[in-house]
Design a protein around this ligand. Structure first.
Ligand code: BDR
Ligand code: CA
Length: 317
């Protein structure tokens, strides 16, 4: 079976991605590391535990990671995911933070990857602070990964957080820079505009949530806030093209779960802009060779949407 390690800032689409992984056949989730992002790292830990509880998988270890980016202050995405990061629909019997592991996220990441050399696929659907800190402590880490899957960055300089930057990269540009430049392993990117071009229709979302299961009822509660937000005029502008829902993080997860999910990708060196008044956090894709970098990332271009819908449906079964 495939071994996955998930690094999340558990908002609503992270929750959807985690549930997709937990429902996938032949996948073993070794742990979930938490980081600041959509909300505080404490909320991220609480949200992750709630998602695991909803899936009857509280035995999967959850680790608390970085509370802030490498430089500056955290962002948050409460306008979209709700103030608590999970739709402001609290559970009276949510698991307490005493369920967290004592070990920190960065040391757990280093330990788990070293214990399973060549076997772990790391899936990062959040600001990349934990991954950047991990490679600084253990530079051999990337060579021991099977692959790294990231939701983040952009290819056409369309942002959702600033004019030119996508949230996960904007929330810690230095970390994104370190990861794109120092993770010498197969690297797959689900970038912002790509996810927007592959929206799920509202009809699909209705059918998805109408499944008669506890998981679907849980999702319907935490999802309501993002559905409302998605339909706002402002969000429709951010969403690049067409209407529908963008479950951004689920594309990175689907690629990690199923090797045949990506049907076409671009293959170019990538990096991140760190200065620039409007461009800090923007991803750079070098289609010509200016960067003189040999290592290239796979940037998702086309994916099997039928498979994606099946995986999403299965996530709430
Ligand atoms: C990313 O930002 C977060 O709000 C989402 O969870 C996703 O990881 C999209 O830009
Ligand atoms: Ca996320």
């Amino acid at each position: 079976s495939k071994k996955l390690l998930l690094d999340v800032d558990c908002g609503v689409d992270d929750a959807q991605a985690i549930m997709l992984a937990l429902a996938a056949p032949n996948v073993e989730v070794l742990g979930v590391t938490c980081v600041h992002g959509n909300t505080t790292v404490e909320n991220v830990c609480k949200n992750t535990l709630r998602v695991l509880q909803a899936c009857n998988k509280l035995e999967i270890p959850v680790f608390k990671g970085a509370a802030k980016p490498i430089l500056g202050n955290s962002l948050n995405a409460g306008h979209f995911h709700g103030e608590d990061g999970l739709g402001d629909a609290p559970d009276p019997d949510a698991p307490g933070l005493d369920r967290l592991q004592e070990e920190g996220a960065v040391s757990a990441m280093i330990r788990i990857i070293n214990q399973n050399p060549g076997q772990v696929s790391l899936v990062a659907t959040a600001p990349l602070t934990n991954l950047a800190l991990a490679v600084r402590l253990d530079p051999s880490l990337p060579s021991k990964l099977r692959a790294l899957y990231i939701m983040g960055g952009n290819t056409k300089s369309r942002g959702n957080t600033t004019v030119c930057a996508e949230f996960n990269f904007a929330a810690d540009p230095e970390a994104a820079y370190i990861v794109l430049n120092d993770y010498h392993c197969p690297l797959y990117l689900a970038c912002w505009e790509f996810t927007c071009y592959n929206k799920l229709s509202w009809e699909f979302c209705d059918a998805w949530l109408a499944q008669d299961t506890d998981k679907a009822r849980f999702m319907a509660r935490i999802f309501r806030h993002s559905i409302e937000a998605s339909k706002s005029e402002r969000m429709q502008k951010e969403f690049v093209a067409g209407t529908g829902f963008v479950s951004c993080d689920s594309y990175a997860m689907a690629a990690a779960v199923d090797d045949s999910f990506i049907t076409e990708s671009n293959h170019y060196p990538v990096s991140v802009e760190l200065t620039g008044t409007h461009t800090r956090g923007m991803m750079i894709m070098d289609t010509v060779g200016f960067l003189k970098k040999e290592r290239k990332a796979f940037i998702m271009k086309k994916v099997d949407m039928e498979k994606f819908k099946q995986m999403m449906m299965a996530a709430l079964k």
